[in-house]
Design a binder for this molecule. Structure first.
Ligand code: PHE
Length: 350
């Protein structure tokens, strides 16, 4: 403090000079202690305002006789001046403190290291999808995509799900009021692609799919699939098996085991579900992880596409489940929660 006080308390002598009347003491002290401009203004009004104490006294001088008035007038004026000076001194001090604080808060240390702008990265699902596409492209597959909002025809009917067939119950989804639906799998692209291309070909279709699911650690209402479709002459189940093995080994490592077990899908015959052997990160145990479905393209599907005399296989699986394996992610919901603690762990892993 620069108020010339001793042990921090302002003295009237310091604030108003030697002539300040003794009765000014408490006022000067209050002024010197005012914490901000508003408090100071309140004191100014109380002392010097229209009805202020000093103003009242000046007015009262008129009632005194001339002798007394001179001495009293001198006193009041001294009082007034010392109060004015104290107000001004405190105002200057508060202003100085304010400027000091502002300067301190605006201080820039140019020798500090700069702040790095946060760097974005690709989401793990994008990384895994890109990796999968790389693998399939190196095996000669073309990458195509299709609509997420589908018609009943491509999602079900052309894939040999007749209306009211119970197989539809396994793929409950969300419908628009005009009768379209959010595709439940990437398989509708099988017929869409065949309608506009001639065999032989090998394609993969990555994309979002939707199901009316009870959400849990391995199920989401929205997830991603990769579909593969290979059509040509004399394509067999062995080719299907080989493609699935190639994918598993390229993705997880040499020697990764895969398994096919017969099951039913209306659009393949024979049909199977396939699994890969992995270590479950939650239990630490090795076990089969069911990835998706596969099989030889059903004649009805070729018929819907206007194909004759060809053979082919198809498979499709959830990409999230495949990303869970190498990165030991315990809960599929982590993919969509946008939690930076999760996302940051996968920056640049692939
Ligand atoms: N579309 C099937 C599903 O989502 C998977 C599948 C794809 C099965 C291709 C057979 C052939 O469950």
């Amino acid at each position: 403090m620069h108020d010339g006080s001793e042990n921090g308390r302002p003295t009237e002598a310091a604030k108003a000079g030697p002539q300040a009347p003794a009765e000014a003491g408490p006022w000067l002290a209050a002024i010197a202690e005012a914490q901000d401009a508003a408090a100071l203004q309140e004191l100014r009004v109380r002392l010097l305002g229209k009805r202020g104490e000093i103003t009242q006294r000046l007015k009262a001088l008129g009632q005194l006789d001339p002798e007394a008035r001179r001495e009293a007038g001198r006193q009041v004026n001294l009082l007034k001046r010392s109060v004015e000076e104290a107000l001004e001194a405190r105002r200057a001090e508060l202003e100085r403190q304010r400027l000091e604080a502002q300067l301190a808060s605006e201080r820039v240390d140019v020798t500090l290291p700069g702040t790095r702008p946060p760097q974005g990265g690709l989401h793990l699902l994008t990384l895994v999808t890109n990796r999968l596409l790389d693998v399939f492209q190196s095996l000669g597959y073309e990458v195509v995509t299709g609509p997420e909002l589908e018609t009943d025809y491509y999602n079900f009917e052309a894939l040999n799900f007749p209306p009211d067939h119970p197989a539809r119950d396994t793929q409950d989804t969300f419908w628009t009021t005009d009768g379209r639906l959010l595709r439940t799998h990437t398989s509708p692209m099988q017929v869409r692609y065949m309608e506009t291309h001639r065999p032989p070909f090998k394609v993969v279709v990555p994309g979002k799919v939707f199901r009316n699911e009870a959400v849990d650690v391995t199920h989401e209402a929205q997830f991603n699939q990769l579909e593969a479709l290979v059509v040509g002459e004399r394509i067999t189940m062995a080719d299907l098996r080989g493609a699935i093995n190639e994918m598993a080994q390229a993705l997880i490592g040499p020697g990764t085991k895969t398994r096919l077990q017969p099951t039913y899908f209306p659009f393949v015959e024979p049909g199977a579900e396939f699994a890969i052997w992995w270590t479950n990160p939650r239990t630490g145990r090795e076990e089969w992880l069911e990835l998706g479905g596969c099989g030889m393209v059903h004649p009805k599907v070729f018929e819907a596409a206007g194909y004759e005399g060809v053979t082919g296989f198809a498979f499709g699986f959830g990409i999230e489940r495949l990303a869970l394996v190498p990165y030991a992610i315990p809960d599929i919901r982590y993919f969509y929660q946008g939690d930076m603690r999760v996302l940051e762990q996968f920056r640049g892993v692939l």
